[in-house]
Design a protein around this ligand. Sequence first.
Ligand code: ADP
Ligand code: MG
Length: 679
Amino acid sequence: MDKDTRKQLNLSNATSDKLSKLHLNTLADIVLYLPLRYEDETRLSTINQATIGSSVLIEGTIIKQAVQYRPRKQLLLQIKDTQNSIFFIRLFHFYPNQLKQYTENTKIRAFGELKRGFYGLEMTHPKIKTQFSDQLNPYLTPIYPTVSGLSQNTLRTIIENALSIADLEDFLPDSLLKKNELIDFKSAVLSIHYPNPERYYHEEFNQNPALKRLKFDELLAQQLSMGLIKAKRNETKKHQLNFSNKFSNILLQSLSFELTNAQKKVLHEIEEDLRQNHPMHRLLQGDVGSGKTIVAALTALKVIESGYQVAVIAPTELLAEQHFNQFQKWFDPLNLKVAWLSGSQNKKQKEQTKQEIVQGQYHIVIGTHALIQEDVKFQNLELIIIDEQHRFGVNQRLSLKQKGKEVHQLMMSATPIPRTLSMTYFADVDVSALDELPPNRTPVKTILVSEPRREEVENFAYHKIKQGRQVYWVCPLIEESEALQLTTTIETHDTLQKKFPDINIGLVHGRLQSDEKAQIMSDFKENKIQLLVATTVIEVGINVPNASTMVIEHSERMGLSQLHQLRGRVGRGENITSECILIYKTPLSDVEKLRLKVIYESNDGFEIAKQDLMIRGPGEFLGAKQSGIPLLRFANINEDWDLLELAKHTAQDLLKTSPEIVEKHLNRWLPDKETYLGV
Ligand code: ADP
Ligand code: MG
């Protein structure tokens, strides 16, 4: 926790550590801490009026105190309320001094949930006060999320103090607030902590004006920080690239297919970017199989033609190797040199490759993100292409970005980012969409099969192989134990191989050395292996057009984007019918049912991503959940679409006209989170 804040609030070290655990480090953090819920101690009720099952405040007199021992030691108080109705209070834990405090004839106020008990209506462990004034709380009582050792009362007092000393000035112009019916900051904050019961009960909480204002402020901060990042990048001057298209034209002519219109359009957008005098920062979204790799290759060629080097980063070794092979095939005839940095190379080989890269002997370098971690030096790097960008977590993306500050960046993703998300977290990125699949693809048929019918699936796969096709067989994801997942994968392989001795069955999983993996993948590509048993390592990017059947075991355990990615491994060949068979185990939970329904009903990556966002929430979607970075606390980008639009436009205005407001606002909302949000 911030030292000044600790001093201002007069906190002990222990307490301030607890607050830090709650991410409360500054006065602004504390002021903006959102209660979990409220308790209503603003009015007194009586037993006759109270609704059973709801929390109420009741005043009464203790008429009997008894300690019972069955089924275990407990304290039972019999109370008579102000209208002489009887109810009971039951305490399963109590201290000796409570026996002295809660004696007969003591007047009390109890706040708690009224339930039907053994002797009549009762409250278990209510909040009990024996000393109270006639005056009731004028506001609802906030209940905050807390950690053990920090009581509600202490936390409440700290927040109250913070509210009294913090600067709650409104930084936003009056005209903006009036026009958009936003209340002022101070009232918003105060009424979030101490809501007026009248208003609280009369408004849908989501339309609550206080919440609306804070949501807006939060989204605004986020848009401002993105805007600043973008502006900073646009200030970085670059010389314009001068490409002749001589290489790219040769590659285009050598292809066995024509580019789709979508591919042409996107390439055009990229060319425009490369001609600017500031770095490109473009996200290319295209559903699985939409043909992003050739776009990447043609982009790379333009940069190479201009005399510079290119780096391509893939999330897995498998995919990096596939790209290496593919790029070599395309670039060899052009006499361009492709380097591959892989985990399987020994130190000496690696050092040599690195040497040659810095000497400029390679035009393009392909690898995993180790390329960044190992700090590979280039002679004149001018473009980084990041494939399957969504697979990199927020922190990884961050380092890619810092590294690539001066260079052009093309990020590619098969997980389309719903518009709200891209406006929020990718606001500093330009987005292109490959919204058309190459022709003659037959859509993948999705089939749901319950576990007991697994044998039919095995026979079906065999039948397909006999027709000349190939099959992927993906084993369940076992999150709890990688070792267990390995065992099931090996067992599945052995069982299938025993059952079908006349076909070649391969096995690939994360524990294999990368050269072993590479060998198996290349055997599969050449149809030396007909059925490939795999863990989810094959999820991203792998391209084997003759493979037409994807079997996924325990599909109910997998996330939507993962299922869609896996399904995207098939249906890649022209005029080949493909199917994705999802084996599931009953009983299914509601979420599992929902996921399978979505994947069964839709082949459209955008639709699936939208549903995924609703089911999982943005944190997980962005890979930020593991990193523990709080994303949005108030706003919900699925619901607060209007506010997001407003925040976006306001941010654009403020960035142009009022740098001092921008600074104050960001200091309040994102004192040090700025870089994180600029994913
Ligand atoms: P993804 O977008 O999933 O990365 P790939 O780049 O791997 O897709 O392309 C999938 C397959 O489609 C590859 O076999 C590729 O050669 C082929 N392909 C790409 N563009 C076209 C096109 N315009 N016409 C026909 N096939 C294409
Ligand atoms: Mg790809």
